[in-house]
Design a protein around this ligand. Structure first.
Ligand code: SF4
Length: 355
């Protein structure tokens, strides 16, 4: 049987596990230090920890459930990692060099059930959730890659925006956030973590009530139900009105801003009329929303969608601004590699199937 990833445990869970197995609670702190500060890759490197305790951990946990399968590096410094999981499934993780630091985009599920019609990942239905350990390990693998370069760089920001719907893997998402936020470990501040949802309204309310102080992004992509259902199947079950109520709840309760993700698809959702409708829709959220306009990266699987003309992008932006909505056009990364979310993975799966 495969061993569980030790990175899946929060420090409290590790301390409890150790005490349940007759070890001192205080060992958790020491082990944690080796995992996240010294970043060992084998239990045997935990030389200052009681050796019986190290053996116990090695017998029950693993430090590696992910194996690097492919790594693609872009001229702008973006790196796409394709990792193989213990069950052979492939997942993508992306490192992006931003002006403000190094940001990693993580995957939370193998495949996805949300069914966004423009998404390369949405074609492959969810086969399972990732464990919290598998999500943390994506960050650890990227960090180890940076460590090897020896330039003292560290992952400073995390976006939960890769393949999968994070709120559909809720408990593991919460543990993942607790682990990477922990001051004694990677210490990635809550304000540098962003969780992006396709709009599971009930979960959004539950998430709000957790009071985690992380950033929230919501993928909207259309200002009305008719169009949104065409683009995102999930809208049939959770219409815009319900999502707006959940977002209003979030803003009222946290006083934090929400980022609205809007992928611009040529002649589908990029007209002036949709920009005006969007400004109207978002009005109740006032200055507490920020719209991220995303130029679409065409993928072979969805030839019905094309990238919007630059003129349409700028006009959409201007209309939103005139409507009093904060917005920006997203800067692109890794355009010379398989840049669209899920593209590298789906290409690789196709190659394997073709063999
Ligand atoms: S865009 Fe995200 S939520 Fe939508 S199908 Fe793709 S992975 Fe799932």
């Amino acid at each position: 049987m495969n061993k569980q990833s030790i990175y899946g445990l929060t420090i409290d869970q590790l301390a409890n596990w150790l005490t349940e197995h007759g070890k001192k609670k205080s060992r958790a702190q020491q082990v944690w230090e080796y995992l996240y500060r010294k970043r060992v890759t084998d239990f045997s490197e935990m030389t200052e920890v009681n050796q019986a305790c190290v053996q116990l951990l090695a017998d029950n946990f693993t430090l590696q459930t992910l194996q690097e399968h492919i790594k693609q590096e872009s001229a702008d410094g973006t790196i796409k990692f394709l990792f193989k999981l213990q069950d052979g499934n492939l997942i993508e993780t992306v490192l992006m060099r931003q002006k403000y630091g190094l940001s990693v985009c993580v995957t939370t599920q193998v495949g996805c059930n949300i069914g966004c019609s423009f998404c390369a990942s949405g074609l492959l239905a969810k086969s399972r959730d990732l464990s919290s350990g598998e999500i943390v390990e994506q960050i650890m693998n990227v960090q180890l890659h940076l460590d090897k370069k020896g330039q003292g760089e560290t992952v400073s920001h995390v976006v939960v925006m890769g393949i999968g719907e994070p709120f559909d893997n809720f408990e593991n998402l919460l543990d993942f956030i607790k682990v990477i936020k922990d001051d004694k470990g990677l210490a990635i501040a809550a304000r540098r973590i962003t969780v992006s949802t396709s709009g599971l309204a009930d979960k959004l309310i539950e998430f709000t009530d957790k009071g985690l102080q992380v950033n929230l992004a919501v993928s909207l992509h259309a200002p009305n139900n008719e169009l949104r259902t065409r683009i995102m199947k999930i809208n049939r079950a959770i219409p815009i009105e319900k999502l707006m109520k959940a977002m209003e709840y979030y803003v009222d309760k946290t006083n934090r801003r929400i980022t609205i993700e809007y992928i611009l698809l040529r002649d589908v959702n990029d007209h002036k009329q949709e920009a005006e409708e969007l400004a109207e829709l978002l009005r109740p959220l006032g200055q507490k929303v920020y719209v991220n306009l995303i130029p679409y990266n065409p993928v072979d699987e969805h030839s019905q969608y094309q990238r919007s003309e630059q003129e349409a992008v700028l006009s959409f932006y201007d209309t939103l601004k005139k409507g009093g909505v904060n917005c920006k056009i997203r800067q692109e990364h890794g355009t010379d590699i398989d840049a669209a979310c899920g593209q590298l993975r789906s290409k690789q799966i196709k190659k394997t199937e073709a063999k």
